[in-house]
Design a protein around this ligand. Structure first.
Ligand code: NAD
Ligand code: UGA
Length: 437
C-alpha cells in the first residue's frame, strides 16, 4: 500500500487515482476546480466514463480514495505525486505547460522530505527535465529528495478503466533506474509489460503512438476517398488489409476523421516540436490536412445532395468525439455543425451523453431528446458518432418524419442496402458508388 497524490482530476487523473485506489493504495485526487471536487465528494461524476461511478464509490467507501482542492492535504505524506493536468494547445500548436508548471511548483512548496514526481500528462520531449528544474529552483535551499519519472498514459475515453487495468504496456522514463522501479511497483499487480527507458524516450513514445494511430486513420480516409471515385468499398478494403498480421485491423475505420482531446493537440504539438528543432514533419502535416478535409468533405456531400444548404434543416446524430464519452473536445460533429451553420443551415442534434457539454458551445442548435425528434422536418440527417443506440433505428419512422429522406452515414454504421430499402438516399464514407449522392 502506497500513499499517492494525483494532481488533476479529469479523464486521466480521476481514472488513474480510482484505479490505483482499487489496487489497494491510498489515493488523494486534487483539482483546482472546486465544482469538480464538490461533485465528486457528493458522489456525482463530473465526466461520463463507463464503470467509473461504481469504482469511485467502492473505493471512497473503503477509505482508499478521497478528493480535495487543498494542496497541503493532498501532498501530506505522499510518496508519489502524479501530475495529470491538462496540456492544451497553445497559440502556435505547442503544448501549453502552464498547468504542469503550477502543479510542479505546488509540489516544490509542499512535499515533505522525499517524493517521486510522475508526469502522466502528455508533455513535449524535455518536459521531465524542465519539471525537475522548476521544482529545484522553487524549493531553494529547503532539502527535497525527489526524482521525476515520465509515465505517459495510453487509455482511451469510453474504455478508460479497462484500458488502465489491462494496458498493452506501461512506459516509464527516468534517468534514475531506482526511481523508475519504484513507480513500476505500483503497476506490478497488473502483470503487464513494463518498459523502462530514459525520460525523453518515454515522452516521445507517447507522441509517436498517438501520431501513428492518427496516421492510420488519415491513411484509411485517404484510401476511402479514392474508393469513392473507383467504386470500391473502404470497409472491405480495410478488412482485407487487416488480415495481414503486419497491418492488423484496428484503427482503420474510415469516417469523419479523428477528434477528441488528444490526437488533434498531440499531432500538432509533435509537428511544432519538429519544426522548432529544424526537421520537416511533412507526413504529420499531411495527416492533419487529410483530417481537416474529411470534415469539409462531409459538408460538401450534403451540399451536393441538397443543391445548397441555405435555410436547410440538418439533423445531427451524435455530438461527442466518439461513442461512450461525453467529451466534445475537437469533435467532428461540432466542426461540421459550424460549417453547416456558416452556409445558412439550421441544425437539430442529439447525443446520448454529451448534451450538457454541447449546450455551452452549440448556441443556435435545437438540442433534441432522441433521434426521432432530430429527424422532424429535416432535409437530411448526418450520423456523426456511432453510438450503439443508433445502430437499430426505426428507418420507416425516420422517413415519415423527415422532409427529404437523405442520410449521410459519417461512420459507416449502417448497411447501405438496408437503409435504401426504406426509400432513403444513403451516402457513406469511402463506399464506392454507394456514396455518390
Ligand atoms: P482534463 O481537462 O479532463 O482534466 C485536467 C484537470 O486538471 C482539470 O480538471 C483541471 O481543473 C485540472 N487542473 C488544471 N490545473 C491544475 C492544477 N494546477 N492543479 C490541479 N489541477 C489542475 O484533461 P485529461 O483529458 O484528463 O488529460 C490530462 C492529460 O493527460 C493531458 O496531458 C492529456 O493529453 C493526457 N491524456 C489524456 C487522455 C484522455 O483520454 N483524455 C489519455 C491519455 C493522456
Ligand atoms: C486516443 C488513443 O487511442 C489513446 O491510446 C490515447 O491515450 C489517447 O488518445 C490520448 O492520448 O488522449 P481517445 O482519443 O480516447 O484515445 O479515442 P480513440 O478511440 O483513439 O479515438 C480518437 C478519434 O479517432 C475519435 O474521434 C474516433 O472517432 C477516431 N477514429 C478512431 C476513427 O476515425 N477511426 C478509427 O478507426 C479509430
Amino acid at each position: 500500500m502506497s500513499k499517492i497524490c494525483v494532481i488533476g482530476t479529469g479523464y486521466v487523473g480521476l481514472v488513474t487515482g480510482t484505479c490505483f485506489a482499487d489496487l489497494g493504495n491510498v489515493v488523494t485526487c486534487l483539482d483546482v476546480n472546486p465544482d469538480r471536487i464538490n461533485k465528486l465528494n457528493s458522489g456525482i461524476m463530473p465526466i461520463y466514463e463507463p464503470g467509473l461511478e461504481q469504482l469511485v464509490k467502492q473505493n471512497v467507501s473503503a477509505n482508499r480514495l478521497s478528493f480535495t482542492t487543498d494542496y497541503p492535504t493532498a501532498l501530506k505524506g505522499a510518496e508519489y505525486a502524479f501530475i495529470a493536468v491538462g496540456t492544451p494547445s497553445g497559440n502556435d500548436g505547442e503544448a501549453d505547460l502552464r498547468f504542469v508548471k503550477s502543479a510542479a511548483e505546488a509540489i516544490a512548496d509542499l512535499a515533505e522530505e522525499s517524493i517521486l514526481v510522475i508526469n502522466k500528462s502528455t508533455v513535449p520531449v524535455g518536459t521531465g527535465d524542465w519539471v525537475a528544474e522548476v521544482i529545484k529552483n522553487r524549493r531553494g535551499n529547503r532539502p527535497l529528495n525527489f526524482r521525476v519519472v515520465s509515465n505517459p498514459e495510453f487509455l482511451r475515453e469510453g474504455s478508460a478503466i479497462s484500458d488502465f487495468m489491462n494496458p498493452d504496456r506501461v512506459v516509464l522514463g527516468s534517468e534514475d533506474r531506482k526511481a523508475a522501479n519504484l513507480v513500476a511497483q505500483l503497476y506490478q499487480p497488473l502483470r503487464c509489460t513494463i518498459m523502462i527507458t530514459d525520460l525523453r524516450t518515454a515522452e516521445m513514445i507517447k507522441y509517436a503512438s498517438n501520431a501513428f494511430l492518427a496516421t492510420r486513420i488519415s491513411f484509411i480516409n485517404e484510401i476511402g476517398n479514392i474508393c469513392e471515385e473507383m467504386g470500391a468499398d473502404v470497409r472491405e478494403v480495410a478488412l482485407g488489409m487487416g488480415y495481414d498480421k503486419r497491418i492488423g485491423h484496428s484503427f482503420l475505420d474510415a469516417g469523419l476523421g479523428w477528434g477528441g482531446s488528444c490526437f488533434p493537440k498531440d499531432v500538432k504539438a509533435l509537428e511544432h516540436m519538429a519544426v522548432l528543432h529544424g526537421t520537416h514533419p511533412q507526413l504529420l502535416q499531411a495527416v492533419m490536412e487529410i483530417n481537416r478535409n474529411q470534415r469539409r468533405r462531409a459538408v460538401m456531400k450534403l451540399r451536393k445532395a441538397l443543391k445548397n444548404l441555405n435555410e436547410k434543416t440538418i439533423g445531427v446524430l451524435g455530438i461527442s468525439f466518439k461513442p461512450n464519452t461525453d467529451d466534445i473536445r475537437d469533435a467532428a460533429a461540432i466542426e461540421i455543425i459550424h460549417l453547416l451553420e456558416n452556409e445558412g443551415a439550421h441544425i437539430r442534434a442529439y447525443d446520448p451523453q454529451a448534451m450538457e457539454n454541447a449546450r455551452s458551445v452549440l448556441k443556435n442548435v435545437v438540442l433534441c431528446e432522441n433521434p426521432y425528434q432530430v429527424a422532424e422536418n429535416a432535409d437530411a440527417l448526418i450520423l456523426a458518432t456511432e453510438w450503439n443506440e443508433f445502430k437499430q433505428l426505426d428507418f420507416s419512422r425516420l422517413k415519415v418524419l423527415m422532409k427529404h429522406p437523405i442520410i449521410l452515414d459519417g461512420r459507416n454504421l449502417w448497411d447501405p442496402e438496408t437503409v435504401r430499402s426504406y426509400g432513403f438516399t444513403y451516402i457513406g464514407v469511402g463506399r464506392g458508388n454507394t456514396t455518390k449522392p
